[in-house]
Design a protein around this ligand. Structure first.
Ligand SMILES: Nc1nc2c(ncn2[C@@H]2O[C@H](COP(=O)(O)OP(=O)(O)OP(=O)(O)O)[C@@H](O)[C@H]2O)c(=O)[nH]1
Ligand SMILES: [Mg+2]
Length: 333
């Protein structure tokens, strides 16, 4: 560690501890000073990147670990399209989780961009959480697994959805994956039941370096408010429409205007073809109204404020295959 980093951190810690500790009549200032140095020598921080095939529960797990609904979740594969950071802060550590899109063989330009988020996250991790469930195989992702096995980064193999496990299934799945992934340990969990997720935390803390925090301790994510607003609308689209519609849709927030007692949000739902407009809007506008109401309710919970949400539908012809449009939607790397 650089000496100047040490002194900045020491100043910060001095401020914190002079408030907390020296106020207490039982704790002398010498003790407070010692605690500062101890914390400096023991504070851990690192990047923990969550990867795996689509639909195995990566986003559910990150939300559980961070304790906030940062990533959207759906029963359909390929819900997550970006790398989303979720920061877990404690006095003694800071873990910067990254949720990533499901690993797949790219079929169009959007997939390539999604996979570049995954590849990047393999490079800057202190620990990789490779998540699978009881049902997935390594089909289509053999090359990414190869990359993980040669990355030199410690891998924790997380087997999710064990609430659905039948006799011997967990043993069989564990045997299958331990032959493929070079993992330091295997952690069976149920993300939806928060079962055994504490063990993940312990295994991470054993592996991340002693380091000052990378971000302010009150920060929770790297993404702006508009991103979460658009993701909430997209989640409701994944929930309410079938087949190609969720995959053909992107959401852009054109206005996010915060007033004292309300946030005014203008969301544009982009589809690939004019013929999809009718499906999105639905008979008498019912389908779009439902999406709007559900999204508004979730935004009010997320932002803790009343929301006025307007939704519009526009066509962005074949946006999934168009590099310029993808860049406009924030997929540029
Ligand atoms: N039964 C059960 N279902 C789970 C568990 N964890 C997640 N799920 C469900 O699995 C589905 C996919 O969850 P996500 O968290 O969106 O999965 P993901 O890996 O982020 O998926 P992509 O973003 O598409 O890569 C959702 O319907 C979740 O409710 C679990 O522990 N048990
Ligand atoms: Mg996800």
């Amino acid at each position: 560690m650089h000496l100047d980093e040490f002194s900045t951190l020491e100043t910060k810690l001095s401020l914190v501890y002079s408030m907390d500790l020296t106020k207490s009549p039982k704790i002398s200032s010498t003790f407070a000073q010692k605690t500062i140095v101890m914390t400096e020598l023991t504070h851990r921080a690192g990047f923990v990147n969550i990867v795996g095939k689509p639909n195995v529960g990566k986003s559910t797990l990150m939300n559980v670990l961070v304790g906030e609904r940062l990533s959207i979740i759906s029963s359909k594969a390929q819900t997550t399209r970006h790398r989303i950071m979720g920061i877990m802060n404690d006095d003694n550590y800071q873990i910067v989780f990254s949720d990533t899109p499901g690993m797949l063989k790219p079929k169009y330009e959007l997939h390539k961009n999604m996979m570049s988020f995954v590849n990047m996250s393999l490079e800057d991790a202190d620990v990789i959480l490779f998540v699978t469930d009881l049902f997935e195989t390594d089909e289509e992702i053999e090359d990414v697994i190869e990359k993980i096995n040669h990355s030199g980064v410690p891998v924790l193999l997380v087997i999710n959805k064990i609430d659905l496990s039948k006799e011997n299934q967990l043993e069989e799945v564990t045997a299958y994956w331990t032959q493929r992934i070079k993992a330091e340990t295997v952690i069976p969990i149920s993300a939806t039941e928060s079962f055994n997720t504490e063990r993940i935390l312990q295994e991470i803390l054993d592996r991340i370096p002693v380091h000052p925090p990378f971000y302010d301790k009150d920060e929770l994510t790297d993404k702006p408010e508009r991103f979460f607003a658009s993701e909430i609308v997209r989640e409701k689209i994944f929930l309410n429409y079938k087949k190609e519609i969720p995959y053909s849709t992107e959401v852009a927030i054109e206005d996010f205007y915060e007033e004292d007692s309300i946030i005014r949000v203008r969301a544009v739902i982009y589809i690939e073809r004019n013929s999809q407009k009718g499906i999105i809007i639905g008979e008498g506008g019912k389908a779009l109204k439902k999406v709007g109401t559900q999204a508004r309710e979730d935004m009010e919970k997320f932002f803790g404020k009343k929301i006025f949400l307007e939704t519009f539908v526009k066509v962005a012809e074949n946006w999934r295959k168009d590099k310029n449009k993808l860049r406009r939607f924030g997929y540029d790397q």
